[in-house]
Design a protein around this ligand. Structure first.
Ligand SMILES: C[S@@+](CC[C@H](N)C(=O)[O-])C[C@H]1O[C@@H](n2cnc3c(N)ncnc32)[C@H](O)[C@@H]1O
Length: 256
């Protein structure tokens, strides 16, 4: 099994917990506005997970497709209010006909795809002329725009992220190399959270299965990080500040 492979089937049932927080709406708004602006009538999300974003876009068109390799996530997606067209498959070899979509996007998923360039090429193949690709996510390579306390406490998580995530610059270069035009990058969401002392232990994103960063750790590695956090709380008499400041970006290009 590949080193950074995460089996989403294991966490599929609890995945939607993350959407109880309103902070995610900004990227949803950006997606919705873009799909509306380009009058997208055929939409595909790659790595669509539980179908949360597809459900949001479904008022725009009946032709809303989601592709994911995890059966567990696809099963959850069947529970969305909108009737989604769900396909099991892999992002680097999309089992769909060329020039079928007006809009293809992925959210928080490209870092799982392994061969990022292959995904971008596949998206190009499946888009109609003038169709749009949008890649939404954060960039741990970006200095100054990315701070997440989790990286300070859990060994190797940051290094793993640097390995898994393409940088924003790399995404733009890959889009260019695949033939996309009018390539751009915009900040679509700014996550800012502060937890002081013990309050951090209630951070939903600190749960072992809440993010792929922590879910990739075994129980021992995860508990070692939690112990470090608790130690810091004790050493500072509860005054330590745990900060998350993450820019979420949308990288997009148009098929020429
Ligand atoms: C962090 S989740 C994001 C789900 C959804 N986009 C969202 O924002 O809620 C990543 C998703 O990518 C899927 N995935 C990972 N690697 C994949 C691949 N190579 N091909 C298709 N889907 C993949 C996982 O099964 C998971 O559902």
């Amino acid at each position: 099994m590949k080193k950074d492979y995460l089996n989403y089937d294991k966490i599929a049932q609890r995945y939607n917990q993350r959407y109880s927080k309103p902070q995610h709406w900004e990227r949803g708004q950006a997606l919705f506005e873009l799909a509306k602006q380009i009058n997208a009538k055929t939409i595909l999300e790659v790595g669509s997970g539980t179908g949360y974003w597809l459900n949001l876009l479904s008022p725009l068109t009946k032709h809303v497709y989601g592709l994911d390799y995890s059966m567990g996530m696809l099963t959850q997606a069947k529970g969305q209010a909108a009737p989604l067209k769900l396909i099991r498959g892999t992002a680097t070899n999309l089992p769909l006909k060329k020039e079928a979509f007006d809009f293809i996007y992925c959210v928080d998923a490209i870092h799982h795809f392994g061969n990022h360039q292959a995904f971008i090429q596949e998206a190009y193949r499946l888009l109609k002329p003038n169709g749009v690709l949008a890649v939404i996510g954060h960039d741990p390579h970006a200095d100054g725009s990315h701070y997440w306390y989790i990286y300070n406490y859990f060994d190797k998580v940051y290094d793993t992220d640097l390995r898994r995530y393409p940088s924003g610059t790399a995404i733009l270069k890959m889009m260019n190399a695949s033939g996309f035009k009018n390539i751009s990058a915009n900040i679509v969401e700014h996550i800012q959270n502060l937890h002081v002392g013990e309050a951090v232990l209630k951070d939903p994103f600190l749960k072992h299965d809440a993010t792929s960063q922590l879910a990739l750790l075994n129980e021992e590695q995860y508990q070692a990080g939690i112990e470090k956090i608790k130690q810091d709380i004790t050493n500072t008499k509860g005054q330590v500040v745990f900060r998350s400041e993450i820019q979420v970006k949308m990288f997009m290009g148009i098929k020429s």
